[in-house]
Design a binder for this molecule. Structure first.
Ligand code: MN
Length: 491
């Protein structure tokens, strides 16, 4: 379960909106040919005339970024503007040398969308105001008395998702942030790696007395929140801070605040501009972009199944809620599980496979860069192994070994030969074997006093189980061994 921070909200009700910036994964930057693969590179090595804002450099929009923006808009149930355009947002950004950011003002890619939040404890629609495309800024590095500028990040394509102020609780914020990250990953819009700043949140928070229906007269914005857990902390600390101000009969200042650490405490950064101050106007260097109905329907058709839909389907498979959410949390797990679903519709087997994806197979999946499925050379063999594990013929440890040995290597083994092969390499549990009973009785017969010792101290049985497991190198089913040991000791 997500860790939800409880807030004191008996008197005041928080009104919360979210803005999310997502770096779009592209080869080049939003408006220039410079490499977008900037993370970890030496400062100012992924720059060029466009991202340095050199006079006369002309922006050319990145097609991939626009396509991904439309796909994300559609996934969030937005309407798509058939004509979209880019505008200049004028502002002094020390790390954006043009003196303006190219963004979108009145014709964003998508508008009027929604996301349905469903969990064990809540069911609520969050309205999406808009999805637009813009460029990221560079980075200022404050170095004691001077400030250094690194323009590698300047011009990286950014998608901005803006919600209506529909959130009332930290739980809603938490689920929305996670669902959005899942969608972004599923669409391959971005790896959404929070530690690399690929997904950043802004909260708009104000409070009103419970029972009131109009929106509060002020709004506090907290910028650049880099993790989902920090969102919760910021929310809690802002609710506390604003409650104290309101209790004194004052109104919180409308401003932009920031965070300094992981405590969630906020501090004032600047008094908030309104959109007039930015003097938006259409970028004269970029013509408007048009979409045909055919293009929009093709984008729609390219969307994978989304988390909300998967959650319902997995519910129908009777997957435990933790396993369900665990699979939906990572695109490579979804991919693996969905591929299994194409191979079998055996509900019990799918339940086991889901459990394995979150358990034993999770250890085989080393990173999120490639899916477990991509690495499989023979998925049918993996399913067969799962069936054996399911039938108790493979121990957890041996299952992992066998998966690594068989499913990921170019072993040419037919599913029909699998059991014979596993027996040969000693991985199959010797549970139903005559052999195992022989091993157990010979082990116990080594100690002539075994039965008397057992009568005095029944725990001695576990000592024999341990010895036999050692001898069979873990290939025996411990439960069966225990039964056999007891059978002999009690005979
Ligand atoms: Mn923005």
């Amino acid at each position: 379960m997500p860790k939800i921070i409880k807030m004191k909200t008996e008197i005041y009700e928080p009104i919360i909106g979210l803005e999310v910036h997502i770096q779009v994964k592209t080869k080049s930057k939003m408006f220039g040919r410079e490499s977008a693969d900037y993370f970890g590179k030496a400062p100012n090595t992924c720059v060029g005339p466009v991202s340095l804002g050199l006079p006369g450099a002309l922006p050319v929009p990145n097609r991939k970024a626009i396509e991904q923006g439309v796909r994300l808009s559609l996934a969030l149930d937005c309407n798509i503007n058939r004509e979209t355009k880019f505008d200049r947002k004028n502002y002094f950004y020390p790390d954006l040398p043009k003196g303006y950011q190219i963004s979108q003002f009145d014709k964003p890619l998508g508008y009027d969308g929604e996301m349905l939040l469903e969990s064990e404890t809540l069911s609520k629609k969050i309205q999406i105001n808009r999805v637009h495309l813009e460029e990221d800024t560079g980075k200022s590095i404050h170095n004691g008395t001077s400030t250094l500028l690194d323009f590698n990040k300047a011009g990286i394509p950014l998608l901005e998702v803006v919600t209506e102020p529909d959130f009332r609780t930290g739980e809603e914020i938490d689920l929305f942030a996670k669902r959005l990250r899942q969608i972004v990953r599923l669409l391959k819009v971005s790896a959404a790696d929070m530690e690399k700043g690929q997904m950043r949140y802004e909260l708009n928070i104000s409070l009103r007395k419970r029972g009131e229906t109009s929106l509060p007269k002020y709004k506090v914005e907290v910028k650049n929140i880099g993790s989902i857990s920090l969102l919760q902390k910021v929310l809690a600390s802002e609710v506390k801070r604003q409650t104290e101000i309101l209790e004194k009969g004052e109104i919180p200042v409308q401003e932009t605040r920031g965070t300094r650490d992981m405590s969630g405490k906020t501090y004032s950064q600047r008094i908030k501009e309104n959109s007039d101050d930015y003097r938006y106007f259409p970028d004269p260097d970029i013509p408007p972009i048009h979409f045909t109905e055919k293009e929009i329907s093709d984008f729609k058709a390219s969307l994978p199944k989304l988390p909300a839909e998967l959650a319902l389907e997995y519910k129908d498979l009777d997957l435990h809620s933790e396993i369900r959410e665990g699979i939906i949390a990572e695109d490579y797990r979804i991919e693996t599980f969905e591929n299994f679903r194409e191979l079998t519709n055996d509900k019990a087997l799918l339940q086991l496979l889901a459990k394995l994806i979150m358990g034993e197979l999770a250890l085989v999946t080393i990173n999120s860069e490639e899916s477990l499925w991509d690495k499989l050379t023979n998925p049918e063999l993996l399913i067969a192994l799962c069936r054996l594990r399911f039938a108790g013929k493979l121990s957890s440890n041996n299952f992992k070994l066998a998966v690594n040995d068989l499913a990921f290597l170019n072993e040419k083994i037919e599913v029909s030969d699998l059991e014979t092969y596993l027996k040969k390499i000693n991985l199959l549990l010797a549970s139903d074997d005559q052999g195992l009973e022989t091993i157990v009785s010979s082990e116990i017969s080594k100690d002539a006093m075994a039965k008397e010792k057992y009568l005095k101290n029944p725990n001695i049985a576990m000592f024999f189980v341990g010895q036999i497991m050692k001898q069979t190198k873990g290939s025996a089913n411990p439960q069966t061994v225990k039964e056999l040991v007891l059978k002999i000791l009690e005979s």
